[in-house]
Write a protein that binds this ligand. Structure first.
Ligand code: SAM
Length: 304
């Protein structure tokens, strides 16, 4: 049985990396009018409340997006409106603008909500979620954003759903895979599903989020090798970006996270190289004392 609930972690450093990158990738897709399909294989609840008691319990929302909006807002303004400070990278602003709008209503947008906000009349959105309670919350939340046939919500296991539902129509598009890694098999299922999906949908922009955990080093290396090899075979470009907010020597718990992207949009690597130094500085500031490797970041691109 699944027990992970994203409300404990919404808007934390991992969401900031994932959602800021997602926002940039969606902006790139919008440079052409041609329709696209967006797929979120592990959708979660779609929309979160900043002062939800689960978020308050972990403190992750406060140390994440609430802190970031506060630091980035120009000194003379409140955190919920006005200009950004001069040192805020241009590539981070679209995500900050989006979050500020939701924060004004006490909310944080999950990946389904971010995708819904970037859906034009010609596009489609496919959301997949397995959790029996989370799927109901997702349905209620998404009804507030989209009321027509552009949206499909699927209550099923993502790893078999991608086989059944992809490649999508329209073919142009983006998939986000954001597993909870609750069960050991998530690691191999994720690699298998993305390798197969890339083979069947070679033009899709495939984005994967993964946690940085010391005891999962070999799983992360295997995942990276599988995706890199799948990209090289077509050939397609492959990008890997990591944001560390703690020391890798931390024995238990998340010290950061990463995103792997097959077919990354043009210039995404440069936008991340501009954004990540700022994020690593601001998001580490709010944490405990620095350790080795804490507050670092990386962006690797293998371009074809
Ligand atoms: N993508 C969301 C966002 O960024 O707002 C957060 C998703 S959360 C990290 C992962 C979600 O995957 C959880 O809601 C969990 O219930 C769901 N999940 C776990 N295993 C799944 C599976 N095999 N298929 C579909 N959903 C699954």
């Amino acid at each position: 049985m699944l027990s992970y609930r994203h409300a404990f972690h919404a808007g934390n450093h991992a969401d900031i990396l994932k959602h800021a990158l997602l926002t940039l990738a969606l902006q790139s897709l919008q440079k052409k009018d041609k329709p696209y399909t967006l797929v979120d294989t592990h959708a979660g609840a779609g929309l979160y409340v900043l002062d939800d008691e689960r978020a308050e319990k972990t403190g992750e929302t406060k140390e994440g997006i609430v802190h970031l909006l506060d630091v980035a807002a120009a000194a003379s303004e409140s955190g919920l409106s006005g200009a950004w400070k001069d040192d805020v990278p241009a590539s981070l602003k679209p995500y900050l603008e989006l979050c500020r709008g939701y924060a004004a209503q006490g909310k944080y947008p999950g990946s389904p909500e971010i995708m819904a906000r970037n859906l034009r009349s010609q596009d489609k959105l496919m959301l997949i979620e397995l959790h029996n309670t989370e799927i109901d919350v997702l349905r209620v939340n998404m009804k507030k954003s989209i009321h027509d046939g552009r949206l499909g919500i699927h209550h099923r296991n993502a790893f078999e759903a991608v086989d059944a539902l992809l490649p999508p129509d329209p073919r142009r598009g983006l998939l986000l895979m954001d597993p909870s890694y609750e069960v050991d098999s998530d690691w191999t299922n994720t690699a298998d599903a993305l390798v197969k999906t890339h083979r069947r949908w070679p033009v899709g922009v495939l984005c994967l989020w993964y946690p940085l955990l010391q005891h999962r080093e070999s799983e992360i290396a295997l995942l990276k090798a599988s995706l890199r090899e799948a990209a090289a075979a077509t050939p397609s470009s492959f990008l890997c970006a990591e944001l560390l907010v703690d020391s890798p020597e931390r024995e238990a718990g998340l010290y950061g996270s990463g995103m792997m992207v097959i077919n990354p949009p043009w210039h995404l690597d440069e936008q991340l190289k501009e954004m990540l130094p700022y994020l690593s500085r601001v998001l580490t500031e709010s944490g405990e004392a620095a350790g080795p490797g804490k507050g670092s970041w990386s962006v690797e691109l293998e371009a074809v």
